[in-house]
Design a protein around this ligand. Structure first.
Ligand code: GLC
Length: 744
């Protein structure tokens, strides 16, 4: 529609029609059983509001969206099409690994392609907007939503933010893209104590340096929507934070798109103690330019009065409505609300072989080899009798908590993956125990009925028999693949935990298996870093598999059998113990750094009962090959702020394995007016190094990489001494120094 026609439409709309465009309701208002995630709220809205609502939440499928679109448009006085918005976070029907696994690929280009495929699937099913990517920087594995984030580093998350937004929106003009709604703005990942929905509080320099860059990257990549977060940030709920949403996002970052609240977060301004009542909450969220009220009664029941009383200008209301009409117009919905949606199109698009093939490649690159004693992996099935044991040995629940549109029936299990290579009955399988036998924990998940839990926990005698069968099966094998892990609902939204270990019943099974003197390969299915200090010494190899998605079983078999050389690198630190959380590599050194202080003995920054460093550091991962780093050279030892510093190094592949190696480059600013972290990632390259070959790798560093943010949120460049580190992870590095000279 031409702009002038859109303007005429806006001018012709009634107040209640305009307000309807600012409301989002879930499918249960439209006789659709709804995946309602988040707090349920009796809304107390009129049927008129339902008829005029401008967008729907988590209703997808070509047939149902077409049906509802027709019904809604018929009810709308100006027949304005609705937007369908949904949580298509790491796949629609073809589910990829959880984003913490996608982060471990260190391969944004690959993930861009994956998200382009995801957009095709979701668009064919009638979805217009995805509430993704979630790019919150995460430092605390106790928080269940680390699952949804690419990880703990702002640069890496920013690279993935750009790739994911680009992938989603690439084919918008062809009608097969998705509008990307980046979330959660802002700093939800800093929830205190890793406790869900808890407050985030930090210095301005920390916010700008470590938490905001990924959202900025998403906005710069053209994300057309932003979702506000449920938390307070420095005492202000993000959903009504004018400094954050107006001054920073809309003015400083020049974001002209649509802002949507998170689920009921406008209503929750009252709960936060920031708004006195719904009217106050409405006023404050609207003043912060939140355009759409997701699943709360505030805008519907209070905007009319605020406008009629003159406390809210009609112009401001029109601005919000204009942004949403513009979005619908950009999608071509006025010309053809159904142009991209059909059951035939949907069938052609979902779970195609090529999409599965890409999902398998992504899953394989997401797997992180944490341990491989005596190169026990890869297995040689011709020379070894293999047993596959554990509750995840043949489970289809490899999708993770936020794969809300995925179907577990489509998943390839680890057993199926292994059988595709070895054939059926060529290795023994025994699940050995349930995923969880912890009635209280399953109940506390707040999701299952008592009857469902009874179904999930086998009786004691079944449990004893099953463990016995598993042990007998293991005794007859040379090598055991032990597939263990978290229940799907132990992570994801509202999945905060204080204990990050395998369930007790699984640890018991592991102990019994590991006493048999066999080689044991532990495959871990989890939505977060787990505490492995009691597990690691007992097993010969560990593969961190996350929730690897629809093709997870094939990818795990690919790596275990050596068809693919693992290349995953952790994008989030693994602690020795929960008490170390939050733990992340880019920490400050303190005035009494352990091992480098003038103080002796106890009076240094450490724990007296646990190491200070993580068990597995950011960037860590093994491969079957062996890459040697050497000749780390800086072309200049001094640069001015207008010069580019070129650094190079040599990688030597001393193995018979072709390797994908992620070379990581870190910086430390030795003296600064705001103390800088011991290291921060400033660049990385994932390169192919052929067996027995060597490769020269170069990086170029400009003064922009040397800047940091001060406590006014301003970028600062200060002359002085810097250190550079390069290596396969954030711990095992080569170091060189240089100086930035001159005034800055
Ligand atoms: C949830 C989540 C958000 C999601 C929204 C809609 O509460 O916080 O990430 O997109 O509700 O389901």
């Amino acid at each position: 529609m031409e702009t002038k026609d859109l303007q005429e439409l806006l001018d012709d709309m009634s107040l209640e029609e305009k307000i309807g465009q600012l409301i989002q309701l879930s499918g249960d208002f439209f006789e659709v059983n709804n995946i309602s995630i988040g707090p349920k709220q009796k809304l107390g809205i009129t049927q008129k509001t339902v008829d005029l609502t401008g967008s729907l939440l988590n209703v997808t499928g070509a047939e149902i969206t077409t049906k509802i679109q027709k019904e809604q448009m018929a009810k709308q006085p100006h027949h304005i099409p609705v937007l369908f918005m949904s949580d298509v976070i790491y796949g629609y029907k073809t589910i990829y690994p959880i984003p913490l696994g996608l982060g471990a690929t260190w391969n944004p280009n690959l993930i861009e392609k994956a998200f382009q495929n995801t957009a095709h699937e979701a668009a064919s099913s009638g979805n217009h907007v995805t509430f993704a990517p979630m790019v919150d920087v995460v430092h605390d594995a106790r928080w269940g939503r680390v699952l949804e984030s690419p990880g703990e580093d702002p640069l890496l998350n920013a690279k993935f933010a750009k790739a994911m937004v680009s992938g989603f929106q690439k084919d918008l003009d062809k009608g097969s893209g998705q509008v990307s709604c980046v979330k959660h703005f802002a700093a939800y990942g800093a929830a205190e104590g890793g406790r869900e929905y808890n407050s985030a509080d930090m210095s301005i320099s920390n916010l700008f340096q470590n938490y905001l860059p990924p959202y900025k990257a998403a906005v710069d990549a053209g994300a057309k929507m932003v979702m506000t977060s449920l938390n307070t940030l420095n005492g202000i709920p993000a959903t009504a934070d004018k400094a954050l949403l107006v001054e920073l996002l809309r003015k400083s970052w020049a974001f002209s798109g649509t802002i949507i609240s998170d689920y009921a977060s406008i209503f929750e301004l009252i709960k936060h103690g920031f708004a006195a009542d719904q009217e106050d909450a409405t006023q404050k969220a609207f003043d912060a330019t939140v355009d759409i009220d997701m699943k709360s009664p505030c805008y519907a029941n209070n905007l009319p009065k605020l406008v009629e009383d003159g406390r809210l200008s009609l112009d401001r209301l029109d601005e919000a409505v204009w942004r949403i009409l513009t979005l619908k117009n950009e999608l071509g919905l006025f010309e053809d609300p159904f142009k991209r949606v059909s059951i035939e199109q949907e069938k052609k698009s979902l779970l195609t072989d090529s999409k599965r093939k890409l999902a398998r490649q992504v899953a394989a690159e997401s797997l992180v080899l944490l341990k491989n004693n005596d190169n026990v992996l890869p297995l040689n099935p011709k020379a070894q009798k293999i047993a596959l044991i554990g509750p995840y040995s043949d489970s289809k629940y490899l999708l993770g908590m936020w794969a809300v549109h995925g179907n577990v029936e489509d998943t390839i299990t680890i057993r199926q993956g292994m059988e595709s290579y070895l054939g059926k009955d060529k290795f023994k399988v025994a699940n050995g125990t349930d995923i969880s036998r912890d009635y209280k924990m399953l109940k506390d998940m707040g999701y299952f009925s008592d009857e469902q839990i009874d179904q999930m926990i086998s009786t004691e005698d079944v449990e004893v028999k099953r463990q016995q069968t598993a042990i007998e099966t293991a005794k007859k094998a040379d090598t055991v693949i032990l597939a263990l892990g978290e229940h799907t609902l132990e992570s994801g939204e509202a999945g905060s935990k204080t204990l990050l270990r395998l369930p007790e019943n699984q640890q018991q099974l592991l102990d019994k298996i590991c006493k048999l003197g066999k080689k044991v390969i532990l495959v871990l299915i989890s939505g977060r870093p787990l505490v492995l200090k009691d597990v690691e010494p007992k097993v010969d190899a560990i593969i961190q598999a996350w929730f690897p998605g629809t093709e997870g079983g094939n990818a795990i078999a690919d790596v275990i059998l050596g068809k693919i050389n693992p290349s995953g690198r952790l994008s989030m630190s693994f602690p020795y113990i929960e008490g170390q959380e939050p733990i992340y590599y880019s920490h400050l050194i303190t005035g009494r750094p352990q091992g480098a202080s003038q103080h002796v003995g106890r009076f240094v920054s450490r724990y007296i009962d646990t190491p200070t460093e993580p068990m597995y550091p950011f960037g860590y991962g093994l491969s079957y090959g062996e890459i040697e780093y050497s000749d780390f050279v800086l072309r200049q030892k001094e640069i001015t702020q207008d010069e580019t510093l070129t650094v190079s190094l040599t990688l030597k592949n001393n193995s018979s394995w072709d390797c994908l190696e992620t070379v990581q480059l870190y910086l430390h600013d030795k003296v600064a007016s705001v103390v800088q972290p011991v290291k921060r990632l400033i660049d990385f390259k994932k390169v192919f190094v052929k067996a027995q070959q060597q490769l020269n790798v170069e990086f170029e560093i400009t003064s922009q990489e040397l800047e940091f943010f001060d406590n006014q949120g301003q970028r600062v460049l200060e002359a002085g001494a810097f250190e550079l580190f390069v290596g396969p992870n954030s711990r095992d590095v080569l170091k060189e120094s240089f100086t930035l000279v001159g005034e800055s």
